[in-house]
Design a protein around this ligand. Structure first.
Ligand code: GLN
Length: 282
């Protein structure tokens, strides 16, 4: 195993920071052997089969092409759960965990709430909310059938009950249902910001889930807020993850639509990253 680790380190040297390559090599070997990090160190003289060497080579080739390690391994952690990921869904981000934490912290965890996640992708928000709010009924929308299949696989993997429908939120979906909480992390990266995006994101993550036109960066926020205005119960809450450059505009949009208690919060890096708004009593 030590020789395999050294091989990975030397093949990727210069392409990623050394500490990151070291962490990749452990992740790869953990995946390959099912060993923990300590077991790898204890068994460092164990030799790999030809087949295992072959897998390591294919992983190295993918890393050289900037494929994110989460896609290579096919899974990642989010809010204490493990999620299947592939190129049809965004890789769950730590900022989004902060949004889930906000929802967890200010709602009754034993209540039988109705929760909707719009643009669920891997299902990470919806499924972790179901985990944190065991009595809630959680439903999620996505426009992409492939994303929904991934989200469904994550429901199975985590043995939690979340239902899904294929829905384009821009088409004002018709439903009589009313929710207590609506949450969304919609596409919010402008075309103009493309040039500052890292190649691992730009070349491998789904553009459908990332980009919005420069002339209408709040496109999804407007549609979702309008939908939420009519489909949240009185005192129902809307939560958004946002582009750090549009905090003020998002707050204004929500206030103009008649939401109250609109609050903008920063993420751990100090960027405007999430907003919560409440529907008024009738
Ligand atoms: N936070 C993601 C990124 O910076 C974007 C997520 C989104 O568009 N909703 O790549």
């Amino acid at each position: 195993m030590q020789t395999a680790i050294n091989h990975i380190l030397s093949e990727l040297k210069g392409l990623y920071p050394d500490t990151e390559i070291k962490s990749f090599s452990y992740l790869i070997i953990e995946k390959l052997t099912g060993f923990s990090r300590t077991e790898i160190i204890v068994n460092k003289n164990t030799l790999f089969s030809d087949e295992q060497h072959h897998v390591i080579e294919t992983f190295i080739e993918k890393l050289k092409k900037n494929v994110p390690i989460q896609y290579i391994l096919g899974e990642t952690e989010f809010f204490g759960l493990t999620f299947n990921v592939n190129e049809s869904v965004l890789i769950p981000r730590p900022e989004t965990e902060e949004l889930v934490e906000w929802i967890r912290s200010e709602n009754n965890r034993s209540a039988d709430l109705n929760i909707l996640d719009i643009g669920t992708g891997s299902g990470c928000i919806a499924i972790s909310l179901k985990h944190e709010f065991p009595n809630a009924s959680v439903h999620a929308f996505d426009i992409s059938e492939q994303a929904l299949n991934t989200a469904r696989s994550n429901v199975e993997r985590n043995k939690l009950d979340v239902t899904f429908s294929r829905t384009n939120i821009l088409n004002a979906p018709k439903t009589e249902q009313r929710w207590d909480i609506i949450v969304s992390n919609p596409p919010y990266v402008t075309e103009q910001e493309k040039s500052s995006i890292l190649p691992n994101v730009l070349e491998h993550e789904p553009h459908l889930a990332l980009f919005v036109p420069d002339n209408d960066p709040l496109l999804f926020y407007r549609s979702i807020a309008l939908f939420a205005k009519h489909h949240l119960k009185p005192q129902g809450k809307l939560y958004f993850e946002i582009n750090r450059s549009f905090g003020v505009e998002t707050v204004e949009l929500l206030t103009d639509l008649g939401f109250c208690n609109v609050e903008l919060r920063k993420d751990i890096s100090g960027n405007d990253r999430m907003v919560r708004a409440v529907t008024p009593n009738p």
